[in-house]
Design a protein around this ligand. Structure first.
Ligand code: ASP
Ligand code: MG
Length: 805
């Protein structure tokens, strides 16, 4: 014998009912013995409850009642449900006259929904020749007299059930009303909302069924509600005790008490989908899965009540008073949490009872108020509870940190004593984001990193192409999905929730919209995008003004733009304060030496307490090329410079390189990494442009390059033998002081020295430290160019994801 239970949603309309009839027919054809347990159709129980309320308040209810009747008749015109409808007429009439009703009356009203539903299915089955038998569970399940939440009396009920099934046996399909029962006085009772599941599991127990199939509108139990978490996965199999945990925290398919009768007889429970016959559903048995099961469940309509006051400190019995006062009013507390300082107590109650709960507590603690032992009782209305089932505290820091990084600060959290369940209270408008972040973290499912890229010139454009090209690979290897949801230039932004693709260049022209950075932030917020990184590939000073705003709105920063690190020390500090406050990172490896791992190395050395005493090197690729070539070739300075310009090694106006400011900026960035408080003005920069050529536009300058020749010819000639020219940055002095000495200058060095050996347009950095002594750590390689810079930015993005997104 299998018990098939169909819920309200399965019976809500013609389509569902047809599916139910098909499933039953299919079983009968296969010779499978079955018993069917039914809920009321659709929202019938809610409707009846509402009409009852209206009648008791003397409001007009007739229209709603007529609609209810029409709905019950619509599937089968000839169905005889006159008796039930008349009962309802009478009951409502009476309640309306009295202006009140008892729980006993309410159970009589609600029970009609199940009776009608079972009569309907019975009739439909008979119409197609199936030997169906309408079975009123009130004649079988006997309960105590606790109307609305009655407890079955097992012995009596079992006898009745066995008697009935002895009589109606063989190929008879008993179609049983769920939810309803009767007490010893033959009065109708109900088993509590969603009680049909309970009826089904009681029958399974009494009849020693081989399986209980619970037909719902979903394919089974998921790791989280798929409507809230698109990545949620179906759980194939779990144990009763695991299911019990799930059921307890709001999964409304199951209730703890439903599971007990099954557990007793070791009867498997299968959660199936009425509308998807193919799905195997979720099977619940007594066997626990090896790894333990994890899942997220949600309580949505709850409020958080906070009691605060110094008087709560160490007082015995406060909790007991809270519970007693609330229990007295039948207000259920689902979570309670107390700070270790015991100055505050938070508790979660149903949203509909929050006001009342506050009032009750205010009364209870009235005298404590006047003694100032309790200072405030507040309600936080729109909150939700997320329970991570199967989560113990040993690894709880992972989802917790992920939340904080995504700016979801739980208002309260607690764990069950068995330590297998952690619940968090979050603001309701953060529920979706929180669920997805936690889900991604604990299931190790691919984590989505959402990127907003500002600037798509040479570096930015190359970066986008690099990311799109390696995205698949990275997803496979690192389980990270890099999703570029925004690309922006100074005019337009291309916004795409699911990410841009290879046609981004034309898309930004076609579909791009004028924007402000705030719009990009809002877009991310609106679409609940998590793990946000803003990438600045502009060279713009203006754009850096958005950094703080981005950080406070949950973005980490990656930047190839040097400006933010070379503005005033005050801004430098402020930005870092904000980063710290918001637990955000800012990576800018490419600010110095492009993709070379320079900044990271310096950071590490500095952090590990290694005393860096000097940093010296060729910081500029274009000037490296210029002097490397000029030093060894017998050509004029202007000729070599022209060549560098032609090869695109310099800025369009080469004076931007020659003035030394760029090298100065890089030097300043390194100095600040060492906690030196230098300002740009502190740098001694040897400007390579003679004064009379510093003004005027680029073309004028380009026409006068020859005027440089005599100067540099002389410098070259004045060198000692076997020496070469290098334009270097040099950070030195006593670096334990507030400020260091920063020089940017042209020097002559032995050809055989490490600076002297640099070739082509390479950069070189010598890092001198206390423990390495005279032997510097040397980092050398291509320190400029779009491809290596983009690679470096990409590296920073991956570094961020490694830091535990
Ligand atoms: N019809 C009842 C309710 O809505 C019982 C059930 O559906 O299980 O709560
Ligand atoms: Mg670098």
């Amino acid at each position: 014998m299998k018990i098939l239970k169909f819920g309200g949603k399965s019976l809500a309309n013609q389509k569902g009912i047809q599916a139910v009839v098909d499933i039953i027919t299919d079983n009968v054809k296969r010779g499978q013995l079955i018993t069917v347990v039914l809920s009321a159709r659709g929202k019938s129980t809610d409707e009846l409850e509402e009409i009852l309320e209206k009648a008791s308040r003397n409001e007009s209810y007739k229209e709603q009642l007529e609609a209810f009747k029409a709905y019950q008749k619509e599937i089968h015109q000839q169905l005889n449900i006159q008796e039930e409808l008349t009962v309802l007429d009478k009951l409502f009439e009476g309640v309306s006259l009295l202006g009140d009703y008892s729980k006993r009356i309410k159970d009589q009203v609600l029970s009609q929904g199940e009776i009608i539903s079972a009569k309907l299915i019975t009739q439909l089955l008979r119409d197609i020749g199936i030997n169906a038998n309408f079975t009123d569970s009130r004649e079988l399940i006997i309960t105590d007299a606790q109307f609305g939440e009655a407890q079955p009396l097992d012995k009596l009920s079992k006898e009745n059930v066995l008697d009935h099934f002895r009589k109606y046996n063989g190929d008879t399909v008993n179609v049983v009303t769920g939810f309803i029962a009767s007490n010893a006085n033959n009065e109708t009772t109900t088993l509590g909302r969603n009680g049909s599941n309970y009826t089904a599991s009681l029958l399974a127990n009494y009849l020693d069924a081989e399986e209980l199939q619970n037909f719902t509108h979903v394919n089974g139990i998921y790791t989280a509600d798929p409507e809230l978490v698109p990545d949620a996965k179906k759980i194939e199999k779990l144990s009763y005790s695991e299911a019990n945990e799930l059921a307890y925290f709001g999964t409304n398919i199951l209730h703890a008490k439903t599971i007990i009768p099954l557990l007793e007889k070791n009867i498997p429970l299968r959660i199936l989908n009425t509308f998807d016959h193919q799905s195997e559903g979720t099977l619940i048995t007594s066997k626990a899965s090896k790894k333990g099961i994890k899942s997220l469940s949600v309580l949505e309509n709850v409020s958080l009540i906070n009691l605060e006051g110094r008087g709560l400190l160490g007082k015995v019995g406060v909790d007991a008073r809270i519970f007693k006062a609330l229990a007295h009013k039948n207000i259920n507390v689902s979570i309670i949490s107390q700070g270790s300082s015991e100055r505050g107590i938070g508790l979660v109650v149903g949203a509909d009872r929050a006001k009342e709960a506050k009032l009750v507590l205010q009364q209870e603690f009235e005298t404590d108020f006047s003694k100032r032992d309790v200072s405030t009782i507040t309600i936080e209305k729109n909150v939700s509870v997320i329970s991570i089932v199967g989560q113990d505290l040993s690894t709880f820091h992972k989802p917790y940190n992920a939340l904080i990084r995504n700016q979801v600060i739980p208002l309260l959290f607690n764990n069950t004593v068995t330590g297998k369940n952690v619940s968090l209270v979050v603001k309701k408008d953060q529920l979706r984001k929180a669920l997805n972040v936690i889900h991604g973290e604990i299931f190790g499912i691919t984590k989505k990193i959402n990127l907003a890229i500002f600037g798509h010139g040479l570096v930015g454009g190359t970066l986008i192409d690099q990311i799109l090209k390696s995205a698949k690979d990275i997803e496979k290897r690192k389980k990270i999905d890099l999703n570029i949801f925004s690309i922006a230039n100074s005019r337009k932004a291309l916004l795409a929730i699911h990410g841009v693709d290879n046609s981004w260049k034309s898309d930004i022209e076609k579909k791009g919209v004028p924007y402000s950075v705030e719009d990009v932030i809002q877009f991310a917020e609106k679409h609940h995008l998590e793990n946000l990184i803003a990438i600045d590939n502009t060279a713009s000073a203006d754009f850096t003004e958005n950094y703080v705003n981005l950080v406070t709105n949950g973005f980490d920063l990656v930047s190839s733009n040097k400006v933010a690190n070379t503005l005033s020390f005050e801004f430098y500090n402020e930005l870092r304060e904000k980063l710290k406050e918001n637990q955000k990172q800012y990576l800018y490896e490419t600010n110095v030496g492009a993709g070379l791992p320079l900044i990271d190395t310096i950071k590490l050395l500095h952090l590990s307490g290694e005393n860096i005493t000097r940093i010296k090197g060729v910081f500029s690729g274009s000037l490296s090329y210029l002097f490397n070539t000029f030093s060894i070739e017998d050509r004029s300075f202007s000729e070599v410079l022209q060549e560098a310009i032609d090869k695109g090694f310099t800025e369009p106006d080469p004076r931007e390189d020659l003035c030394g400011n760029d090298v100065g900026r890089k030097l300043l960035i390194l100095a600040r990494e060492l906690d030196l408080k230098n300002e740009f003005e502190d740098i001694n920069i040897h400007n390579l442009i003679p004064e009379h050529l510093r003004d005027g536009d680029a073309n004028q300058f380009l026409g006068k390059l020859k005027e440089l020749d005599s100067i540099y010819e002389k410098i070259k000639a004045d060198q000692e033998p076997n020496h070469v020219l290098r334009y270097i940055g040099d950070l030195h002095g006593d670096l334990s002081q507030e400020k260091g000495l920063l020089d940017v200058k042209l020097v002559s060095v032995p050809e055989s020295s490490s600076l002297g050996q640099v070739k082509g347009s390479d950069s070189i950095f010598e890092i001198y430290t206390e423990s390495y002594g005279d032997q510097p750590i040397v980092i050398q390689g291509a320190g400029a160019g779009a491809a290596v810079t983009a690679r470096g930015v990409f590296g920073d993005i991956l570094r961020l994801t490694d830091k535990g997104f």
